[in-house]
Ligand binder design. Structure first.
Ligand code: PRP
Length: 183
């Protein structure tokens, strides 16, 4: 019989510590949704998810925002399969929509060093949006090397390697329902 999957070890054997349980994630996302709804009423924003990590967060977040909005995605990579940022950002899929004059809200799962955000700031600002803001579910405040104001932060977290709820370990474990710490 095949050995246990990493997923089973995480969820059933308690090999990984839960950092943010799913109920807390949903509570905070509902709050963020209410705040963003109020701030963007009448603005018909375009919400841009940064793949792959954002896919679960953005799905929950947009369902908590009760105004007209468009959704698009960009795919960046700076980590590959490593735990530490390579220091270089690669655009694996660019944006399809025209952002000129639009209210743009960028959705990240995590801001770690801040490099991806800095890269996107330059790229999106050049497209002349009416406004450009950022929301991240997780923020490693003490690890940021490229500081930029983040408009909406779900949770400030310690400088630990986190997985689940969209975040991967070697492309696995994105499907964990909560955020865990990989010791
Ligand atoms: C992760 C995450 C952010 C970025 C944050 O992406 O989704 O986009 O790193 O790190 P930074 O603040 O140091 O730039 P990753 O490159 O791991 O790709 P993925 O989303 O496909 O997992």
């Amino acid at each position: 019989m095949a050995g246990k999957s990493i997923f089973e070890k995480a969820v059933y054997d308690g090999d990984f510590r839960v950092l943010i349980p799913k109920e807390k994630l949903q509570e905070r996302i509902a709050e963020l949704g209410r705040e963003i709804t109020a701030d963007y009423r009448g603005k018909d924003p375009i919400v841009i998810g940064v793949l792959n990590g954002c896919f679960i967060f953005i799905a929950d977040l947009v369902r908590a925002i009760e105004i007209d909005l468009e959704i698009d995605f960009i795919k960046l990579s700076s980590y590959g399969d490593e735990k530490v940022s390579s220091g270089r950002v690669k655009v694996l899929k660019g944006i399809d929509a025209d952002l000129t004059g639009r209210h743009v809200l960028v959705v990240e799962d995590i801001v770690d060093t801040g490099l991806s955000l800095q890269y996107m700031e330059q790229m999106f600002a050049a497209m002349k949006p009416a406004s450009l803001r950022y929301v991240t579910l997780l923020y490693k405040k003490d690890n940021v090397r490229y500081p930029r104001h983040i408009d909406y932060v779900g949770f400030e977290i310690p400088n630990e390697f986190v997985i689940g709820y969209g975040l991967d370990y070697k492309q696995l474990l994105r499907n964990l329902p909560a955020v865990y710490i990989l010791d």
